[in-house]
Design a protein around this ligand. Sequence first.
Ligand code: ZN
Ligand code: ZN
Length: 283
Amino acid sequence: MDQEMNYGSDYKYVPATTINSGRGEEVLPDIFYYTIQISNICLVGEQNTQDFVLVDAGMPDSADQIIAITAERFGTKSRPKAIILTHGHFDHVGALIELVRHWEVPVYAHKLEMPYLTGEKSYPEPDSTVEGGLMAKMAPFFPHEPINLGYYIHTLPEDGTVPHMPDFKWIHTPGHTPGHISLFREKDGTLIAGDAFVTVKQDSLTKVYLQTQEINGPPKYFTPDWIASRESVMKLEALKPEVAVTGHGIPMSGQQLAEGLEKLVKNFDNLAIPDHGKYVDRN
Ligand SMILES: [Zn+2]
Ligand SMILES: [Zn+2]
């Protein structure tokens, strides 16, 4: 049945971590985020309900941890209705195949992300020449070959609705990847932003480790289209989110989030775009 599924041939455990690894927190009664090493997953649905969804699928080798944390929050035999992907980078699909096999649930992503989720196309190689810290220097060791999810992967509905997340809409926020999406709930301003922007300086090993809270553009070493990325951040800032869970870093809310996003939009070229790097020099 699932013989078609496989990870990219460069998939491996990546030994990068943070002080927040293995910790999770309820941001809202139905929004729970959990950090696996350096990246976040988000469980959307109130505790002990059977009506919940997993957003993103962690780092390579983390399936047991994700299954355990899901069981803890929703009960031992529980499984999400679906897995929604913000994008297909290795640190967001790391445990996906084991999870799909275990839960037998559909996975949804944007249609422009499909080539990277069906084994057709590799992401551009992470850019270690990018101006940035040690994390950027480690980037060449990050997997970038595509996962193949066979017939478990589905495209998100064109009308902006999100399967099993009735109050949320998906928003196309390309730049970091072509089919990157963010999820937004208008009634309370809840934003799940993936890597469209993040709440930690992901290029700095020290700041990542300490999870220092600050709004930043998408991880520099993994972002090939800065023009689209700027527009995506502007789109998200215009929504005036109240709370944001991002793919990396501790969630942010209120004034700190509003000011951070405003500053990022106003100074995007200085704050987000690297001074040099292979995806900048040719622009
Ligand atoms: Zn990413
Ligand atoms: Zn990421």
